[in-house]
Ligand binder design. Structure first.
Ligand code: BTN
Length: 301
């Protein structure tokens, strides 16, 4: 019996030792060792006197797959500890579009612009293969799906989910290898790994499997939504537009007023030197300001 087989037998309620021994035809001491090994790998397996179970809301296949409503996530690899789910997915050569990799912990989780994504147990870390048929509004589409699924917070351009108090709740990473697109999402569900981060449970009690299923379902519809509808939804959830911003790009620092989104999802910023179209960068938000700028109206209506 492999550890994967043993994991697949567990549910959110206790399975007794006698039942586990009977089904696996394995003595209890050996089972206890195998369960301990699953814990060491990072799986949230609870082992006590009544038997063994998974922590509530664990996104193991037997819990997640019955919650799925669409096509995304049906090919699924559920893992304990990995360096980065992005790399596991990229190495999965036969992955069909919609394939999902999720890990309980990452040792080399990565964020945008070469940053580390702290990945302790209790949160959601997953990567989704989106195939090749993806447009330039993908970060906006994913952001809207994420804020709809979490039901908390705001979107900060380009790829962040912020808590109502401005701390970071989640992040989106889009990586392209040739024409193939790999989407990575991290959401702090139970643990805020940094002082600048928030955990979703501070605002709402939700189980990880439910949250992930809701996100995948929402994303599926946002992926095929009309561009004008995507812009409108993103703006509704935005905390970026109408604020002073300082944007650090790879080459320069841009200061100004975030006016609007451009046709390709870029940020239109009114600066002292005129209107700038920013395609990527790290945004620091400042004070809100009335957007009565002569330069407005040049972006996406
Ligand atoms: C960011 O805000 O900078 C994006 C963070 C993306 C983190 C996720 S966690 C799952 C996937 N695997 C990674 O190594 N990164 C992404």
């Amino acid at each position: 019996m492999t550890s994967e087989q043993l994991l697949s037998l567990l549910s959110e309620t206790w399975t007794s030792w006698s039942e586990l021994c009977r089904v696996t035809k394995t003595p209890q001491a050996e089972l206890a060792r195998a369960l301990r090994e699953l814990q060491v790998q990072g799986f949230p397996v609870m082992v006590e006197e009544p038997g063994a179970r998974l922590a509530p809301g664990t996104p193991a296949p037997q819990i997640l797959l019955p919650l799925l409503r669409g096509k995304l996530g049906r090919s699924y690899r559920y893992l304990g500890t990995v360096p980065s789910t992005q790399d596991v997915l990229r190495a999965w050569s036969e992955a069909p579009a919609g394939a999902l990799v999720l890990a309980e912990r990452q040792t080399k989780g990565r964020g945008r612009m070469g940053r580390v994504w702290e990945s302790p147990p209790g949160n959601l870390y997953f990567s989704l293969f989106l195939g090749e048929d993806v447009d330039d509004l993908l970060p906006l589409r994913v952001g809207v799906a994420l804020v709809e699924a979490t039901q908390v917070g705001y979107l900060k351009w380009p790829n962040d989910l912020l808590a109502p108090d401005g701390r970071k709740l989640g992040g989106i990473l889009v990586e392209r290898v040739g024409t193939r697109v790999f989407l990575g999402v991290g959401v702090n569900v139970e643990i805020a790994p940094l002082p600048t981060a928030a955990a979703l449970r501070e605002f709402r009690s939700v189980q990880r499997a439910t949250l992930l299923a809701d996100f995948l379902w929402s994303l599926e519809s946002w992926l095929s939504e009309k561009r004008s509808v995507v812009f409108a939804a993103w703006k509704k959830h935005s905390i970026t537009l109408g604020r002073r911003v300082v944007i650090q790009t790879a080459r320069e620092r841009i200061e100004g007023l975030a006016l609007d989104l451009g046709l390709n999802g870029e940020l239109l910023v009114s600066t002292q030197r005129g209107l700038r179209r920013v395609t990527t960068g790290d945004v620091e938000l400042g004070a809100a300001q009335d957007v009565e700028d002569p330069q407005i109206g040049q972006g996406q209506a």
